[in-house]
Design a protein around this ligand. Sequence first.
Ligand SMILES: CC(C)=CCNc1ncnc2c1ncn2[C@@H]1O[C@H](COP(=O)(O)O)[C@@H](O)[C@H]1O
Length: 206
Amino acid sequence: MPDPRSQPKLTICVYCSSKEEIDEAYKDLAGQVGTELARRGHALVWGGGRVSCMGAVARAARQGGARTVGVIPKALSTEELSDYEADELLVTETMRERKGEMDRRADAFLTLPGGLGTLEELLEIWVSRSLGMHDKPLVVLDPDGFYEPLRQQVDALVERGFVSPGARDAIAWAKDVREAFDVLEREYARHVHRVPSPEEVLEAEP
Ligand SMILES: CC(C)=CCNc1ncnc2c1ncn2[C@@H]1O[C@H](COP(=O)(O)O)[C@@H](O)[C@H]1O
């Protein structure tokens, strides 16, 4: 059990599937992520849905005592699909506004297996980090090689010069739940204690 005093308390944004049809193993994985997040004293920001992996991560996090903050666009917010048990459920006008709100509130991002929605969220936060717009930790939890084709695609883009090696390496990949949180916490500590570059210092001067 990690010593709670030595652990930074983070708000972690989790991207994951909203589809009920998927293998139950992925919903179990999302539940394990929620449980571990709570055990380590962190808070959850997620898409505010109560279906599939999205529901599983939030329920498990709450059951473990974590604060859960859902951010959902008006168009997706319905009685059956929104998680009204969330400690906070923010309903935004648009999808873009929603993502901005999730980004602002999160200290770190964890992506689980998912579909187009998850991929889009992962790519957007990955691109903005590679452009230096933020320096928050990004981890993808991939216990079974689900994302191997994506990694190969990105490797091919690096080989052909379309993606820089630095941009590729802005993501950390984890094989199990504990490793994912260990990496997020370690990267966050580095992010918080990061020494700003001389350019950043100059820019920050009035
Ligand atoms: C079944 C249904 C329409 C559920 C309600 N719909 C949703 N509610 C909230 N966030 C969503 C919803 N659909 C997609 N997302 C966003 O996209 C991701 C999941 O999309 P996907 O299932 O991987 O592609 C989630 O991380 C979530 O932030």
